[in-house]
Design a protein around this ligand. Sequence first.
Ligand code: UD1
Ligand code: UDP
Length: 383
Amino acid sequence: MIRLLSVVGARPNFMKIAPIVEELNKFPDIEHCLVHSGQHYDDLLSGNFFADLNLPKPDMNLQAGSGSHAVQTAEIMKGIEPILRDYNPQMVLVVGDVNSTIAAALTAVKLGIKVAHIEAGLRSFDMTMPEEINRKLTDAISTLLLVSEESGVANLKHEGVPAEQIFLVGNVMIDCLLRNRELARKSSILDKLGVRQNSSGCRPYGVLTLHRPSNVENPKTLQGILSAVNCFAEELPVFFPIHPRTRKNIERFGLLPYLGSAASGKSTGIVPLDPLGYLEFLSLNDCARIVLTDSGGVQEETTVLGVPCLTLRENTERPATVLHGTNQVVGVDPDRILAAAQSILQKTSSPSRCPPLWDGKTASRIVAIIREYLQRDSPGVAG
Ligand code: UD1
Ligand code: UDP
């Protein structure tokens, strides 16, 4: 019997683990424990995704909650350590770059348990991003580095990671998207927002998401972004599902006047919404004319959907979305955002290509690699 334990905690983790759990369930010789760190705890950022993605309820929830980086990371480590001791998995699976990722990986390796990092190797080369610290540290202590795009392989090799630890497997978040795209199209969100015109079309609209501390903890930056988006949001509504961190700051910095309203289905301006469920958000992005975001996952999803994306950051750890896809990294200067948005809105969108191996089969490649590794590492436990 193979015994694996996965740790998730924040919104983007759930889409990455769902296809892997589905794949693991195909193997009767694999026992799997799913642990939720509790980093995200509101239904709008966590619970609803388990229903949307058909994910089983986590076997355990550490209820770590919010806090400073040190407090949150330490709470997760304290919570996971006794579980790892009791369950004693052959390998721990971690995804992405959030505090739950590094906390679980660090605790596991110190107990002598090997770690597989899914979405390894991505680098923004910006150490002011908490996620960049989490990525580099997690990769440094993981045994299997499962990489979503070619840049990740080059980064890891450049850092001196032995080639036999690096596997280009493709993008598991895109497995999730491809599995759910048709289902998402049945969601009623476009009708609710009053943008569906008929069975085959929508009136043009944009989508905005923001949650990076560098954008939303700085009043001038946040104001600059909202004012730039407002300039073209009179021509087409821009739906803005607001992360709780961002909502608090919009209120705290007195920026509510930049937001419009969704009253009576006649949306104009920047239309504030609660964070959306996965299927509703996928449906909204799928038909959008333009997406503006500082999210990592949304850059990848828009590439596959072929929807033009402006990344409101100075860098991206996902260059494949620029090289192959629809993404442009435009920074946070309001004039630059406005010029880039207007240029997109004035022309018909150009076709985009999917990066190599973003084909919906990443989870099966990941599970095959883990099985093969464990078979070689401890032949008694697998096969
Ligand atoms: C975290 C990740 C980020 C990821 C994002 C996905 C880290 C360092 N950051 O950022 O990489 O892109 O999740 O959305 O791991 N809050 C709630 N309800 C919740 C959770 C949080 O209201 O269920 C509020 C709290 O005020 C909290 C703040 O959001 O202090 C930030 O939450 P936190 O998990 O620390 O970071 P995120 O900004 O969500
Ligand atoms: N997402 C969602 N509802 C929203 C905003 C985002 O379901 O209101 C999904 C999005 O489709 C993607 C994931 O959340 O699958 C990205 O998470 P987020 O932007 O929070 O984190 P990041 O990818 O930046 O780490």
